[in-house]
Design a binder for this molecule. Structure first.
Ligand code: PMP
Length: 389
């Protein structure tokens, strides 16, 4: 909108002739919305699962760990000399980076730390996806992938699962403009694991970078990590948020070829992992016996819950993650309506789970994070009550 030159001169203490030039400059009169890149105002932010502030929820909606981190993490944080917070952290988290490299028997130049694995996924999309560089990912899968591609104004091809949540292998054959593919493994939201054999088929069919997102990898039998040395176009992302119970710290990492790590290192924030998180991650990694115990407890509880759902003949996937994807039903109700009804019933009982009504393929299911035994007993009781209503 044109502005009055005199009032502009007054407002900005400018001589009148400068104010005339100023008001003729179109960027001075455009709204912020019009100054942003043209695709930004049309974006939708990623919607994370809700984090209610009241305390008395049974919270099984965001696949967090139901147990606290190792006591050694608490000790390490308490011993952190707080005056050190004046200083920037080690830019690459070298000590933790080396510890992860040792843990996986890889060289440190194959490891890059991130502010959660979301940070890593973001960096990968920034580096490999654009208008002419297309991304590929299954649907349903982690809904952050399309958000990141949209931020980059990139394009994506989605791989559609069959009704039984199987991905036909011919979909893996990519086009030359397809530069990056994301595969969540174990898959989310189903929890089903793609075998190493399938990952190899994918690596041999797809022309671009294959990112295996192993956010739930510690709960599964197999990993793509042993394939890294043989396949330079493979990348694996992992996180401390789930099995290490450190979601609040924000710590994830990328394993890949030294060339890939070098590329991503050029575009990350110099201090993308803060000093306290580095200390917490190091202490967590060192206490494997604690984590083996809590992972085994979660896996046992998961398998028991799957059995319980199957006894009711609810379609339930063989999860290798810390959540269960099941389609509740009762005498007079099944499908999407049953899932919506069970979700609402659980919510009234202050039990929070997740459901995905937007896609016909996912609408009949609830995704329930595996909690402590008493939390799972509460879910079973509530679902049994729901089935009787
Ligand atoms: N990948 C998948 C499949 C996830 O479900 C999540 C967690 N929502 C992440 C990555 C990101 O985890 P974080 O950023 O906490 O490491």
């Amino acid at each position: 909108m044109a502005r009055d030159n005199r009032s502009m001169a007054k407002q900005f203490s400018l001589p009148l002739d400068k104010a005339v030039l100023f008001s003729q400059n179109p960027t001075m009169t455009r709204s912020l919305r019009n100054l942003a890149l043209p695709h930004i105002p049309g974006l939708h932010a990623y919607t994370p699962g809700s984090q209610p502030s009241g305390g008395d929820w049974v919270k099984l909606n965001t696949n967090e760990c139901p147990y606290p981190p190792s006591p050694k993490v608490g000790e390490a944080l308490r011993n952190f000399p707080y005056d050190k917070l004046r200083l920037y952290p080690n830019p690459r988290g070298e000590v933790l980076r080396q510890a992860l490299a040792d843990f996986y028997e890889l060289s440190a130049d194959r490891v890059l730390l991130g502010n959660g694995s979301d940070d890593i996924l973001n960096l990968l999309v920034r580096a490999f996806c654009w208008e002419t560089h297309h991304a590929v990912f299954p649907e349903p899968s982690y809904s952050l992938y399309p958000t990141l591609v949209a931020i980059q104004n990139g394009q994506a091809r989605t791989l559609s699962f069959t009704q039984d949540m199987h991905l036909p292998e011919e979909l893996f054959i990519g086009q030359p403009q397809e530069t990056i593919l994301f595969l969540t493994n174990p898959n989310a939201p189903t929890g089903v694991l793609f075998s190493q054999h399938q990952i190899i088929r994918l690596l041999e069919s797809f022309p671009g970078l294959v990112v295996v997102d192993e956010a739930y990898g510690e709960f599964a039998r197999e990993s793509a990590i042993p394939l890294l040395k043989e396949y330079p176009k493979l990348a694996v992302t992992r996180t401390f948020s789930k099995s290490y119970a450190l979601a609040g710290c924000r710590l994830g990492y990328l394993l890949g070829s030294p060339e890939l790590i070098g590329l991503i290192d050029r575009i990350r924030d110099s201090y993308n992992v803060n000093a306290l998180t580095q200390v917490a991650g190091l202490a967590a990694l060192a206490d494997q016996s604690y984590y083996q115990k809590i992972r085994s407890a979660i896996i046992a509880e998961r398998n028991e819950f799957i059995r319980w759902c199957e006894e009711r003949e609810w379609c339930t996937f063989p999860s290798e993650a810390n959540f269960v994807f099941t389609a509740p039903k009762k005498e007079d109700l099944e499908g999407a309506e049953a899932a919506a009804s069970a979700f609402a019933f659980l919510e009234k009982k202050k039990i929070l789970v997740r459901y995905f009504p937007k896609l016909p393929l996912t609408a009949p299911y609830l995704r329930i994070t595996v909690g402590r035994p008493e939390e799972m007993a509460a879910v079973r009781q509530a679902l049994a009550e729901w089935a009787k209503t």
